[in-house]
Design a protein. Structure first.
Lengths: 357, 129
């Protein structure tokens, strides 16, 4: 399989980015330094090319109702202009993907999905597209996407966009940039205030160049992964997989069992959980995906699903999936790093608190 | 890719450098290696007295997003480890050839023949990446 390139590929190469294959795409993993890129987003502003992600449009009188019964979170209850994060589940409750639903206007919904799952999601949604008065289209090839993230995002973006009100976090607004339509959402994957801007390839390329001219720090996938893990956002393929349900992944809040009808409801109603996601901090050693997690008797009770060195804390941080019936009551955890047991501190709160409102 | 390759050192294919002074060899990672790794945040090297085998792993160096093994350029006993790097492994990024990792007492001088000259290493960097 040949790898795909976003329309900004040449821009990344020009900036000296290190390019790696990711989800079938050649993507920039870092430009200058992961640390500097993370700090830029936490303190000022950075921009990510996330054009590899997928965009589906659902349009017609039943658009909201169709999407509502596809996902576990409540789409109908949210007002127009809101963005809603949700898992997409099978009848048995396992997670196909996690996505964001944008209610653009009555009868027009945008769904943004993970790059690695575009085909799987589209085929699934298409198979369920029966009996609803709305169209479904996969616009992933027609859209580029930038994530402008950090406390200075709004002041940077406002003068560039034709009209951009100070919308709430997790809201969306349709506007234009240099005469071309763009969809501007106050969403992101960093925990900071920020925007995701969906648009045609040429206009998004011009926007990227404009942001570079304004000295916005270009940020790669490595910084994005550190940022999302610091604020404890799950990543499909790690915390979420085809084998787990939202309860296993610590996403109980996204399952609205009060809704009368959605795919997976029957299976999810008893809140079935075989696993528990926990957050661990290590004073010494860096936890990595796959490392075994043990109780105080050195018995393996689970494994790290994502781990890194936190730039903000300067400590090892991780999500771990442990078997729920083996969760130790003394809350003592050890991580096996190269056959050596390192003590890990359990934390209930996110490792870092992002600045979004 | 341009990279700093001092003329007074020997090199390995795993991007370690070795400074040979009599029977003592000082070992570090090259400028090429530190640049490829990015921000180095963790270093694990063996205790003094540990016996190393040429070509075998003797420790790890970790950047924010990756873990890389360190390979012994030469067999022998660890004489010293650089305590300056404990708590500040980023010094390797700042000065790869100043921030040595360990000193080894050489067991078999014949193993020096397995190391690359600066010219060979330059060629290796040019062709392998």
């Amino acid at each position: 399989m040949t790898t795909l390139r976003t329309h900004l590929y040449d821009e990344h190469v020009k900036l000296g980015a290190k390019i790696v294959p990711f989800a079938g795409w050649d993507m920039p993993v870092q430009y200058s330094s992961v640390k500097d890129e993370v700090i830029a987003v936490r303190k000022t502003v950075g921009v990510f090319d996330v054009s590899h992600m997928g965009e589906f449009f659902v349009e017609g009188p039943d658009a909201e109702a169709f999407v509502d019964q596809l996902v576990t979170n409540d789409i109908l209850a949210a007002p127009i202009g809101k963005a809603i994060y949700s898992p997409l589940c099978r009848e048995n409750g396992t997670v196909i993907d996690d996505l964001i639903v944008y209610k653009l206007r009555p009868g027009r919904v945008l769904i943004c999905v993970n790059a690695s799952n575009i085909e799987k999601d589209y085929n699934w949604i298409k198979s369920k597209h029966v009996g609803f008065e709305c169209s479904l289209s996969n616009a992933s090839d027609r859209y580029s996407l930038l994530a402008l993230q950090g406390p200075r995002s709004f002041e940077i973006l406002r003068p560039l966009i034709a009209e951009l009100p100070d919308i709430e976090y997790y809201s969306v607004f349709e506007s234009s940039f240099s005469g071309e339509p763009v969809i501007v959402a106050r969403t992101g994957y960093t925990g900071e205030d920020g925007f995701e801007i969906f648009g045609g390839h040429d206009s998004i390329k011009r926007l990227w160049q404009k942001l570079m001219a304004l000295n916005v720090t270009p940020c790669g996938l490595a910084a994005r992964d550190v940022l999302r893990l610091e604020v404890c956002y799950p990543l499909y393929g790690h915390e979420l997989t085809d084998e787990v349900n939202p309860y296993d992944a610590g996403l109980a809040w996204t399952v609205k069992t009060a809704k009368t009808k959605f795919i997976g409801r029957d299976a999810l109603l008893p809140k079935p959980a075989r696993y528990k996601m926990i957050k661990l901090i290590l004073d010494k050693g860096i936890p990595r995906e796959g490392y075994p997690v043990m109780n105080s008797s050195n018995e393996v009770i689970g494994a790290i699903t994502s781990g890194t060195m936190s730039v903000v804390l300067n400590k090892g941080i991780a999500f771990a999936r442990i078997e729920i019936d083996k969760a130790p009551s003394n809350e003592v955890f050890l991580v096996d790093i190269r056959q050596k047991a390192y003590p890990a501190q359990l934390t209930k709160k996110p490792f870092v608190t992002g600045g979004h409102k | 890719m341009t990279t700093n390759i001092p003329g007074n050192l020997k090199y390995t294919k795993e991007h370690e450098w070795a400074l040979v002074e009599g029977l003592t060899v000082t070992v570090g990672i090259t400028d090429f290696a530190q640049s490829a790794l990015g921000d180095i945040v963790f270093l694990e090297v063996p205790e003094v007295g540990t016996n190393l085998k040429a070509g075998a792993t003797f420790g790890v160096v970790e950047s924010i997003k990756s873990v890389s093994d360190l390979y012994a350029p030469i067999s022998g006993e660890v004489l010293a480890k650089n305590t300056d790097l404990e708590g500040s492994p980023e010094k390797i990024n700042e000065d790869a050839y100043g921030a040595w990792l360990i000193k080894v007492k050489v067991k078999d001088v014949a193993e020096f023949n397995n190391l690359m000259t600066p010219e060979q290493y330059q060629e290796f960097c040019n062709t392998s990446h």
